[in-house]
Design a protein. Sequence first.
Length: 103
Amino acid sequence: MADVKIQPLSDRVVVRPLTDEEAGTVSASGIIIPDSAKQEKPEQGVIVATGPGKWDEDGEKRIPMEVKEGDRIVFSKYGFDEVKVDDQDYFLVSESNILAVLG
């Protein structure tokens, strides 16, 4: 993974958005599929950093993360914050907003 200069806290992850080719918004013949055709689909990206996990209700033990760096994920359309670090866009996503890991 790239050396990311941002470390998420608690149960958050740093996600690199997929490129158009990775996301499938460019067809095999090079035709760009407009965003309007995607209409309200969840977002996708690759995890580049993970937080240590959140604390349990008693605050005595950390609950480990279920995802790891390198996982390609699908997450809620509105369940993230955008940040820019070194001219690269990233999403900060809580683990609870991750819908699935793509295989």
